[in-house]
Design a protein around this ligand. Structure first.
Ligand SMILES: [Zn+2]
Length: 351
């Protein structure tokens, strides 16, 4: 990936934006979309809608959706020693959380860095060593006195994991690749678009990780003719998984989704994307995700129903701080989306 593109992806991934508290991502999205879009709108749940009109007469509306939020927490309780307890927002595997750093976004505007602590193994009894941690066992240590914590932190303050963006071998790794790769994709797609007849509504959605909430309301407002979500998907090409469990592989190209547990993609859109990838020699793989949803599930059922599909960026270790992607898979996603928008007015969507 180009240096400028990498810097944008790094900035997006390292910024904090748990569900319902996506302001920092909204700011970056607006900043990048102002020179690219004809209009930018927002709505009552925090979606940002960047609109680029097409050249066609009576144009179709194509809604693109990438969710801004990352799995995170809010402070639930501050105990009498100043340790925090957390309410999670989105699906965590608790064993991936122990010994991680977090960022508490305080009302005063400054972030406090903390650590998720646990009892050392040296003083665990046999029963405790066997038991897997649960979210309610976890606490955050801010290294501050109770008085100091109470002065700066309030119940309801948002919390995210803290992690630097790094290159590892051929791959990139950070927290929140899910789903800042989609915000990157929306910005890059708008930047690279050539002639298009359809009107493009590129929506940075809020609150996907807690149930596709922003996508549903955005689709109700826009009433699109076609919905395309962009999200990460599982790449389980790992020593511990069998090939039939991989879902996708890194280096395998962009994922054209057939279904996940939130929706079944419109078959004619699946065919259209596959044909375009073949014609333009864009690396792709077909994807079936047995568990997990995407914004397309929200768009499809909005209003009087919208033919929808998801393009996926294969990602290892999803919902951990080491989410890992392969740059060319992401670039293939952008390229296929650009090609689709330029030809979307010709897609036959009738049932
Ligand atoms: Zn996601």
């Amino acid at each position: 990936m180009e240096e400028k593109s990498l810097q944008l992806l790094k900035r997006l991934c390292e910024a904090s934006g748990p569900p319902g508290f996506e302001d920092r991502i909204r700011d970056i999205y607006r900043e990048k979309m102002i020179p690219l879009a004809d209009e930018i709108e927002s709505d009552g749940i925090g979606n940002i809608i960047a609109i680029k009109k097409g050249k066609g007469s009576n144009p179709l509306k194509v809604m693109l959706a990438g969710h801004m939020d990352e799995i995170g927490f809010v402070v639930k309780y501050i105990d009498d020693k100043g340790f925090l307890r957390l309410q999670h927002l989105g699906g965590f595997d608790p064993k991936t959380l122990i010994a991680k750093r977090v960022r508490v976004m305080t009302r005063g505007g400054d972030d406090l860095i903390g650590v998720i602590g646990s009892k050392p193994i040296h003083i665990m009894n046999a029963e405790e060593r066997k038991r897997l941690p649960e979210l309610d066992d976890l606490f955050v240590d801010l290294g501050l006195s109770r008085e100091h914590v109470r002065e700066h932190v309030r119940v309801g303050d948002p919390v995210t994991l803290a992690q630097d963006f790094v290159q590892i071998g051929d791959f990139y790794s950070c927290k929140a690749m899910d789903n800042r790769v989609s915000i990157y994709t929306l910005i890059e797609t708008m930047r690279r678009l050539g002639h298009h007849d359809v009107d493009v509504y590129a929506v940075a959605t809020s609150q996907e990780e807690v149930g596709l909430r922003g996508a549903m309301t955005a689709a109700s407002r826009i009433k699109p003719d076609i919905g395309v979500a962009i999200d990460v998907t599982l790449a389980c090409d790992l020593p511990s998984a069998k090939p039939e469990e991989y879902v996708t592989t890194l280096r395998g190209g962009t994922g054209i989704k057939i279904l996940d547990s939130s929706f079944i993609a419109a078959p004619k859109l699946v065919d259209a994307f596959r044909d375009l990838a073949e014609r333009h020699e864009i690396p792709y793989q077909m994807e079936i995700l047995p568990r997990g949803g995407t914004d397309a599930g929200g768009i499809q059922r909005a209003g009087e129903a919208v033919p929808s599909i998801t393009l996926s960026v294969p990602t290892r270790y999803v919902h951990s701080v080491v989410e890992t992607i392969y740059g060319p898979d992401l670039e293939a996603t952008v390229e296929l989306l650009v090609r689709f928008i330029e030809t979307a007015h010709r897609v036959n969507l009738s049932y």
